[in-house]
Design a protein around this ligand. Structure first.
Ligand SMILES: Cc1cc2nc3c(=O)[nH]c(=O)nc-3n(C[C@H](O)[C@H](O)[C@H](O)COP(=O)(O)OP(=O)(O)OC[C@H]3O[C@@H](n4cnc5c(N)ncnc54)[C@H](O)[C@@H]3O)c2cc1C
Length: 413
């Protein structure tokens, strides 16, 4: 098949679908290749199904990789406000919520995906699902795409195949293979926005417990990352948004294994230590309370009992009025900073995002054009860019797609 003026897009995820729409709007004939039976599977899972699609604070400080400044030109050319305008233009008005997070007002990732699909269809984008691209073969006037259903020649191609994270939703190493095969290099990969693994014995009895807490990951006793919000105890350690937000730091430490990492959990972040000590002191006077019931009302029962054990305030059959001042101080310290040894992070399959990827030095940050092959562009998570939790990753997908499409449609032969 020969399609002289066709723009190829590999991957029907966030970057690929938005790129297809943007390119078709600019008059491009677009052919999109998606290896799964349906496009946008990962997009459907975003924001727990509500799709936190951008963040007003998107800027290089919220991105990581060998060169986080690489994101700057694309974000400047396609800002979070531009993302809101783009989604409004396809029938999905958005709103800004806490910490600059941007959501569709219907809070449905399925609506975002549907709107992208409908717009692409209306613009005549040709979508080939169940079609994996297996190789990019540079040619004199474009590229040949080898796929599982045959070869296609296109004028230029956008590689938007995502990263390795979350394999059950389509994450794979395909992008690294496709791009390293044409001369690009990749960095080591590790999981980001991911659960933290701790020593198991202390957390096992708390499995399933959710509460608001403040977390501090410490490397050799020094704070390396902090977060505050909902934490979910799991049998392997800590999950929930606050843990996942800083899981990248644990994952990065795990692959280097230099130094000793711990996580300090403030289980009552709204109460300062002296006030807590005062409350506990008064609490001793609660009549007829044995220790196993003493902290009920202040902390979930199982957590209270666990912390008393960690503090060495035992046995639980003791009466609360027998707790000494010294024991109260130890307990206060533990409630305000329960230290657990960190073992690492959950794996790539459990992660939301891939840290590391194809080296950005091989691409022009303004156009996302490959410096190895002039007809090849890349966007989204396949590159060595990962954003913080809060809409930064999808903003990168849209903005990098926009930068590539602008260049591809201008330079189209
Ligand atoms: C559970 C979960 C929740 C998330 N929530 C948020 C959130 O709320 N906000 C946020 O900003 N980010 C979130 N993310 C991250 C965000 O979804 C990704 O960073 C983003 O989807 C990356 O976009 P992409 O287009 O680069 O890759 P993807 O969206 O992963 O799309 C890549 C596509 O390429 C296809 N593909 C792969 N290889 C080939 C091949 N060889 N040939 C053809 N097609 C191929 C894949 O099947 C896939 O459809 C979340 C991620 C997960 C897993």
């Amino acid at each position: 098949m020969r399609d002289k003026r066709v723009i190829g897009v590999i991957g029907g995820g966030a970057a690929g679908l938005s790129a297809a729409v943007m390119a078709a709007r600019r008059g491009g004939a677009v052919r999109l290749f998606e290896k799964q039976p349906r496009v946008g599977r990962k997009l459907l899972a975003t924001g727990n199904g509500t799709c936190n699609l951008s963040n007003l604070h998107a800027s290089p400080e919220h991105y990581h990789g060998g060169d986080p400044g690489f994101v700057f030109p694309a974000l400047r050319a396609f800002s979070p406000q531009d993302a809101m305008a783009f989604f409004a233009s396809i029938g999905v008005p958005c709103t800004v919520r806490e910490n600059g997070r941007i959501y569709p007002i219907v809070e449905q990732a399925s609506a975002v995906l549907d709107a992208l699909r409908f717009e692409a269809e209306a613009l005549g984008v040709q979508m080939l699902t169940d079609t994996a691209v297996t190789a990019i073969v540079p040619r004199q006037d474009g590229v040949r795409l080898q796929t599982t259903v045959g070869a296609f020649d296109v004028s230029c191609v956008l590689v938007a195949v995502g990263g390795a994270a979350s394999g059950r939703l389509g994450g794979s190493a395909d992008g690294y293979r496709l791009l390293t095969a044409i001369g690009h290099e990749k960095t080591p990969l590790f999981p980001s926005i991911v659960q933290i693994k701790t020593a198991k014995d202390p957390v096992r009895p708390l499995k399933g417990l959710r509460l608001d807490a403040a977390l501090t990951l410490c490397l050799d006793g020094k704070a390396a990352a902090t977060s505050e919000g909902e934490v979910l105890f799991a049998d392997y350690g800590l999950s929930g948004p606050a843990a996942m937000e800083i899981g990248r730091v644990a994952a990065d430490w795990e692959r280097r294994k230099q130094g000793h990492m711990t996580v300090s959990i403030d289980l009552l972040p709204g109460i300062v230590a002296p006030d807590l000590l005062d409350m506990l002191t008064k609490r001793r006077a609660l009549p007829g309370r044995t220790l196993d019931r003493w902290l009920i009302g202040l902390l979930p029962k199982a957590l209270g009992q666990t912390l008393l054990k960690v503090a060495g305030v035992q046995p639980l059959s003791r009466m609360a009025d027998s707790v000494t001042d010294a024991e109260l101080r130890v307990l206060t310290d533990i409630i305000k900073g329960w230290m657990l040894p960190v073992e690492g992070a959950a794996g790539m399959d459990a992660a939301q995002v891939t840290a590391g990827g194809v080296k950005t030095a091989g691409f022009d940050p303004a156009t996302m054009r490959s410096r190895r092959c002039p007809f090849v562009y890349a966007a989204g998570e396949v590159l060595d860019i990962d954003g913080d939790c809060g809409g930064y990753n999808l903003q990168w997908a849209w903005a990098s797609a926009h930068a590539a499409v602008t260049a591809m449609t201008e330079e189209r032969t």
